[in-house]
Design a protein around this ligand. Sequence first.
Ligand SMILES: [Fe+2]
Length: 192
Amino acid sequence: MTSLSDLSTRPTIRDLMRSTGVTETGSPSSLLKTARRVAEHRILWGEKVEFDPAWRRYVRLHRDLSLEVWLICWGFGQDTLLHDHGGSSGAFAVVEGELLEDFGSVTSSKLTTRRHHTGGGASFGPRYLHNLVAADATPAVSIHVYSPPLSSMNFYCLVRDGLYHLRCIPTESPEPDTADLVEEAAVRGTSA
Ligand SMILES: [Fe+2]
């Protein structure tokens, strides 16, 4: 394993992955270590931070066969809609602002709410679902890691009988166009 002390002042994301011992499949705990390592190295993403009042800005920082890393910039009130990650595991680290998360499993309609402050984060397995929202007036910035890289995402809403599957969207980014789903979720029930 490469020690962080061995790295140059501007390590590559591949260097950081090696330093966290990420395996080919990427366990959730190692993905969170990678997200935190990337978050600590603002030189890798700081100049890409940009906010848009209409939608989240997102930039892929790294992708290989086993893992990808994204930067996401959030304006107040912007949320993801309740979703899973198409079978990928993942993790995120909040580097600025705060994110409010409703999370649970695709096998249950029970959601739990938690707040991730600056420096916080979480990791998850392939059956995880959540909705993230920037619920603080301060814009938020977060680093997200997925393994394997995303190929699809399923979107859901909560209805009286439980979880309702809105649609599976093939996607290679964590931010597919969900404009029509937001409207459908609002009509069908509570979108978490
Ligand atoms: Fe997500």
